[in-house]
Write a protein that binds this ligand. Structure first.
Ligand SMILES: Nc1ncnc2c1ncn2[C@@H]1O[C@H](COP(=O)(O)OP(=O)(O)OP(=O)(O)O)[C@@H](O)[C@H]1O
Ligand SMILES: [Mg+2]
Length: 258
């Protein structure tokens, strides 16, 4: 018979390390959750997940970052060095980078799962990032194979007690259509919206299972410290009661009399 776990008052949280983001996430990412960071190219997805990883990776909670076709790890490491959250001492010890693009290209998705299992068993990470997860989907022979891959991987990540971050250049239509978004516990969308002559970055949480997050579009910036989120101003749910007083106040200006 199905055992119902006792209700947990407080889910264990993983701090994002991104100023302002934990506030809109109601404290951080729930541990052991599967999260998708979606957005167009250049919206800040890789920097976002790298900042989360460098904040949380320790020798006791390693992070495994699997890169696919879109961004080989050597190129990523090159530009990450400019950020203050980057810690060269963690590379290879607490943060392990692996390129699985070649396996996927040459041996297909079934073998990619086997390779991921092998690496997880070897490094026993607490956090796994896949960048780009969408590139894996795009290489599937058909939608059924892509769906099976997403489902198999998600089930395994949950049983391994891992908090996962899947990065992908998904469009709004794909977010509504792709089954992986139904499986995911958390979905973050990064936007770069044209406003007049310039662009403004926004983060929008679409889903966070089991949490009452702060919805809406929250502005964020990217600078050498990484991402900084500025939670939007919340409209009060109810306006304070007040009595209108009808009283005239003098302007203090002299009145011209002819
Ligand atoms: N030091 C910096 N200061 C300001 N902005 C920066 C800095 N470094 C990078 N950026 C911005 O970050 C963006 C790249 O972020 P990132 O690589 O995380 O995007 P991405 O969403 O992963 O893109 P892709 O889908 O192409 O991989 C660049 O477009 C650039 O504008
Ligand atoms: Mg990227």
């Amino acid at each position: 018979m199905l055992q119902i776990p006792p209700p947990q008052q407080n889910l264990q949280k993983l701090s994002s390390g991104i100023p302002g983001l934990d506030h809109i996430l109601s404290g951080g990412f729930p541990e052991l959750s599967i999260n998708i960071v979606a957005g167009p190219p250049g919206s800040g997805k890789t920097i976002c997940v790298q900042q989360i990883i460098y904040t949380n990776a320790t020798p006791n909670r390693k992070a495994l970052y699997l890169t696919t076709l879109s961004e080989p790890s050597i190129k990523m490491l090159h530009y990450l060095q400019r950020f203050t959250f980057f810690d060269a001492e963690k590379v290879g010890r607490d943060v392990i980078y692996l390129d699985i693009g070649e396996v996927i290209r040459n041996k297909g998705l079934e073998n990619a799962i086997a390779v991921i299992i092998k690496h997880v068993q070897e490094y026993k990470p607490g956090i796994v990032g896949i960048d780009s997860f969408k590139a894996i989907h795009d290489m599937a022979r058909d939608p059924v194979e892509a769906r099976k891959f997403g489902f198999d991987l998600s089930v395994r990540l949950t049983t391994w007690a891992i908090t996962a971050f899947f990065v992908g250049e998904y469009s709004q239509q794909e977010i509504e259509r792709e089954p992986i978004f139904a499986i995911a516990d958390g979905i973050l969308c990064l936007h770069n919206k044209q406003e007049g002559l310039s662009y403004q970055r926004y983060v929008d949480i679409i889903k966070l299972r089991g949490e009452d997050y702060f919805n809406g579009w929250h502005p964020f910036t990217i600078d050498p410290t990484g991402l900084t989120v500025y939670p939007r101003i919340k409209t009060p749910e109810s306006f304070p009661d007040y009595q209108a007083v009808s009283e005239s106040v003098s302007t203090g200006l002299a009145t011209w009399t002819p």
